[in-house]
Design a protein around this ligand. Structure first.
Ligand SMILES: Nc1ncnc2c1ncn2[C@@H]1O[C@H](COP(=O)(O)OP(=O)(O)OP(=O)(O)O)[C@@H](O)[C@H]1O
Length: 407
């Protein structure tokens, strides 16, 4: 998915937020432009730099994770996007509308119609039922009780809480409470979900379930999601793209694989050094191009064997006229078949073979390759995208500068 082909949903341009005494802000901005660091600026002007000259785009349907350590500026950034705070300078476009220039009324409309928020602390009303909590945003919009209840129920169903609508938050586990928080945001059917450390308060197993659930929901709903996290594993799991922040600036933006395999700075390299790359690289990124393909309409065992001998292959894949991979033939089987005069490749083809999807993590490929005597085909809708052989997998992992001890 290339950014240029997709519609830009959120565009942040040169965003800076300076906290502190209003009269000192111009001086702080000036020092910032001169390249002074946050600590010096704070000392000289009593102003704190939340974010500094940050620019990025989020395209429609993308999950972008903004990550960084505490104090790196993640919350400031997201609060500027939903305009809970006003940026000191810079612009924020939502659907090409500059929301930093809107009147308070217009801003409220954009917030209610386009932005859904999910917070870390769930922010549920204890005296309202699950359904009433999920209805809250719609109530604020002025929707009639019957319609809003219907929408809230649909959202609760989407997050797996059907049957819980009349319970109160205190009857629910942390994970379930966060589902209510998510349902409340989804009930408004916003184009954009801003999720601020939404799963950080949950136990690790529940957190992992919620991440899976969000990925599943996203496949159906295709929202544009900005997810704030300080957790690299979470970012790698959820993010189509990750924006890594430090001291209020973006230090790198890219896919998880780009950040892991090509860290922009020493800081990023240190940040990601303990990640197991085999969990992030996919079959598609480590496969090699398949040359060993024949069709039974053009090849019998004898010509398939000749082809394998010429190319130095010990197996060959067989495809049908629609280019669906239907089997595999070994040089041994082809040799025996041609010796006994067998003419049909179908007759000697092994139809039972393992294959993987392009997005299979590299970590899952290693045990499969240890078990099979043929190259592992990577298929998409039955068609060959590539093949993986143990040597090429190890070379791909080594090339990306990571240990292959486990392989
Ligand atoms: N209201 C405020 N007044 C003054 N400084 C602030 C304010 N809010 C944030 N800051 C400063 O802005 C910088 C960025 O803070 P921010 O909360 O955005 O970071 P964060 O990455 O979200 O951290 P955390 O993960 O701890 O929430 C910090 O140096 C912080 O001290």
């Amino acid at each position: 998915m290339t950014e240029s082909k997709q519609k830009s949903k959120i565009r942040v341009e040169g965003l800076t937020k300076v906290f502190g005494p209003r009269a000192r802000i111009p001086e702080a901005l000036h020092l910032l432009q001169q390249g002074e660091d946050k600590t010096t600026i704070l000392k000289k002007t009593k102003c704190g730099i939340g974010v500094s000259n940050v620019s990025f785009t989020v395209t429609e349907g993308e999950i972008v994770v903004i990550m960084g350590l505490s104090g790196s500026g993640k919350s400031t950034l997201v609060r500027c996007i939903n305009r809970l705070i006003h940026p000191t300078s810079g612009k924020i476009f939502i659907d090409d509308e500059d929301i930093t220039a809107l009147t308070p009324d217009a801003l409220r409309r954009v917030r209610l119609s386009k932005l859904g928020m999910v917070f870390q602390n769930f922010a549920l009303f204890p005296h309202r039922t699950v359904c009433q909590n999920a209805e809250y945003g719609l109530e604020i919009q002025g929707m009639d009780p019957e319609s809003r209840q219907k929408k809230a129920m649909t959202a609760l169903e989407q997050v797996g809480l059907k049957g819980w609508e009349n319970h109160y938050p205190h009857n629910l586990s942390g994970g379930m409470q966060q589902r209510v928080g998510l349902a409340r945001a989804l009930a408004l059917d916003p184009d954009i979900l801003l999720m601020d450390e939404a799963f950080s308060a949950l136990d690790p197993l529940i957190r992992s379930d919620m991440q899976d659930e969000l990925i599943g929901l996203q496949q159906k709903l295709q929202k544009t999601i900005v997810f704030i996290s300080h957790d690299l594993d979470e970012a790698l799991k959820l993010g189509d793209r990750i924006i890594l922040m430090k001291d209020g600036v973006i230090v790198q933006s890219g896919t998880g694989e780009e950040i892991l395999t090509n860290p922009a700075t020493d800081y990023v390299a240190r940040f990601v050094e303990n990640v197991d790359i085999t969990k992030v690289l996919t079959a598609e990124s480590v496969m090699i191009r398949p040359k060993a393909m024949v069709s039974p309409t053009t090849h019998g065992p004898k010509s398939a064997l000749r082809f394998m001998q010429k190319e130095g292959f010990s197996q060959i894949f067989v495809h049908d006229k629609n280019h669906q991979v239907i089997g595999i033939v070994s040089a041994e089987a082809a040799s025996e078949a041609s010796a006994r005069g067998e003419k049909n490749l179908f007759a000697i083809m092994q139809q039972d073979f393992l294959h993987v999807a392009p997005d299979t993590p590299a970590a899952d490929l290693i045990p499969i390759l240890a078990d099979i005597p043929y190259p592992l085909p990577v298929l998409e809708n039955g068609k060959m995208k590539g093949i993986i052989i143990r040597g090429s997998l190890l070379a791909a992992l080594a090339e990306r500068g990571r240990s292959t001890d486990n392989a």
